[in-house]
Ligand binder design. Structure first.
Ligand code: MG
Length: 375
C-alpha cells in the first residue's frame, strides 16, 4: 500500500493521528499492518475461537464462532476497501478487533453483565473491545495494551453512550459532535452486518432451527435462490444453500461499493476531514437496505428467539449473574491478577475477568464455584 494508490480521503500513514505512546516506524510493513499483527498475536484474539456468535462453541464444530465471524468480516471489509481505494490494512485491523470485548455467550452474556454492572458504570461490549486493546492486553514492556493507531481505535468504537464518550476524550468526541469516523470504519461496520446476517442464515439452516421453506418467504433469499435454480436447475441441499448465500453476499458487497462510490462522487471529498464532517457515506442503496433489513428481522424472530436459542440465553444469563455475585461477595476467590485489580475497582475488575472468559471457561468456572463436589 503506497499512499499514491490510496484515495486522498483514505486514512494513511501521512494523515494518521498516530499512537498514544510514540514508537519507531515499523520496518517492512506499514503502521496499520502492525496494528493487525498485534491484534492477531493478542490473547483476546485467540479467545474468540471459543466464544459464541449465536451457537455455543461445543454445540457443533461447523458453526461460526467469534473468530471465524471476525475473519469473514475482515475478508468482506478488505474487498470493499480495496475497490474504493481506501486503506485495506486499516479495514482489516478494525474487522479483526471489533469483537475482542465480547463476553462469553454472545449478546446474552453482554446483557447479563450489563445488568450486573448497572450501578457500577455499566458494561458495553464495544467499549470493552477498546479497553482490551488499550489497557487489558499485557504484552509489551513500554505500555499497557497494544498501543494501536488512533484510527484503528476509532474504528473499534462503533457506538458509545454519551456518558462514556465524555470520559474518552478525543476518541469519544465524535459521539458528542455527531461527526463520522473514517470511511474504513464506516464500511467495516457494514461488512460486519453483511457477514453475520449471511452466516446466521447458514448456521440457522445447518442447526435445523430454521428451514429452507421459511427462508423462501424472505424476499432477498427467495430472489437469489431463484437465480441459483435458473443457473443450476438440478441443484439441491448444501450446494443450493451455499450458492444462494454466496449470491446474496456478492450482491450486498457490490451494492455497498457502488452506493458508497456514488456518495463519494457527489461529495468530492478532498481529505479525511471532509469524510468526518459529512453525513455517513458508506451505505447500501435504499432498496437493498430494505431487503437486508427484512432478512435481519426474519433472523430476529425465527432464529435468535427460537426456544432452543433462548434456553442457551437463559442459561448464559444465570451463569454470568451467579459468577458476578459470587466474586462480588468474596473477591478473595478471584485469580490473584484480578484480586489486585479489584483493589482499585472491584466491579470493573470482575467484569473484565468475566468478559475475558470463553464459553467453556465460564461454564467450568461456574461448575468449580457452585458444583457440589467440584474443586
Ligand atoms: Mg461482529
Amino acid at each position: 500500500m503506497t499512499p499514491a494508490t490510496l484515495a486522498p480521503y483514505a486514512v494513511s500513514e501521512t494523515n494518521t493521528r498516530g499512537r498514544a505512546h510514540h514508537e519507531p516506524s515499523p520496518v517492512a510493513r506499514n503502521e496499520f499492518q502492525r496494528d493487525r499483527d498485534r491484534i492477531i498475536h493478542s490473547t483476546a484474539f485467540r479467545r474468540l475461537e471459543y466464544k459464541t456468535q449465536v451457537f455455543v462453541n461445543h454445540e457443533g464444530d461447523l458453526f461460526r464462532t467469534r473468530l471465524t465471524h471476525s475473519l469473514e468480516v475482515a475478508q468482506i471489509a478488505r474487498s470493499i476497501a480495496r475497490a474504493l481505494a481506501l486503506n485495506e490494512d486499516l479495514a482489516e485491523a478494525v474487522a479483526l478487533s471489533h469483537d475482542l470485548g465480547h463476553t462469553p455467550f454472545g449478546h446474552a452474556g453482554q446483557d447479563a453483565l450489563n445488568a450486573c454492572m448497572k450501578d457500577h458504570g455499566g458494561f458495553e461490549h464495544n467499549l470493552q473491545s477498546l479497553r482490551t486493546v488499550d489497557v487489558l492486553e499485557e504484552r509489551y514492556g513500554a505500555f499497557d495494551g497494544l498501543n494501536l493507531t488512533w484510527e484503528t481505535r476509532e474504528g473499534i468504537l462503533k457506538h458509545c453512550s454519551l456518558k462514556n464518550a465524555r470520559e474518552l476524550g478525543d476518541l469519544g468526541q465524535r459521539f458528542i459532535d455527531r461527526t463520522q469516523p473514517s470511511l474504513e470504519a464506516q464500511l467495516t461496520n457494514l461488512a460486519d452486518e453483511i457477514a453475520y446476517n449471511n452466516h446466521d442464515v447458514d448456521d440457522g439452516l445447518r442447526s435445523g432451527l430454521i428451514t429452507l421453506e421459511q427462508l423462501l418467504e424472505v424476499p432477498i433469499f427467495a430472489r437469489h435462490a431463484e437465480r441459483v435454480r435458473e443457473r443450476f436447475p438440478a441443484i439441491a441441499g448444501r450446494r443450493m444453500i451455499h450458492e444462494t448465500i454466496r449470491s446474496m453476499i456478492n450482491t450486498l458487497v457490490l451494492d455497498l461499493i457502488n452506493t458508497t462510490a456514488e456518495a463519494i462522487n457527489a461529495l468530492q471529498p478532498k481529505s479525511i476531514d471532509d469524510i468526518r464532517a459529512a453525513q455517513p457515506l458508506a451505505a447500501f442503496s435504499e432498496a437493498t437496505r430494505a431487503q437486508h433489513l427484512a432478512l435481519k428481522r426474519f433472523l430476529h424472530q425465527n432464529l435468535y428467539r427460537h426456544y432452543r436459542v433462548l434456553r442457551m440465553t437463559n442459561k448464559a444469563h444465570r451463569i454470568i449473574t451467579e459468577l458476578f455475585g459470587a466474586f462480588m461477595d468474596d473477591p478473595r476467590i478471584l485469580p490473584p491478577q484480578y484480586q489486585h485489580m479489584a483493589e482499585q475497582d472491584k466491579p470493573r475488575a470482575i467484569a473484565d475477568y468475566i468478559a475475558g472468559m470463553t464459553d467453556r471457561y465460564a461454564i467450568g468456572e461456574h461448575r468449580r464455584l457452585f458444583g457440589v463436589g467440584e474443586i
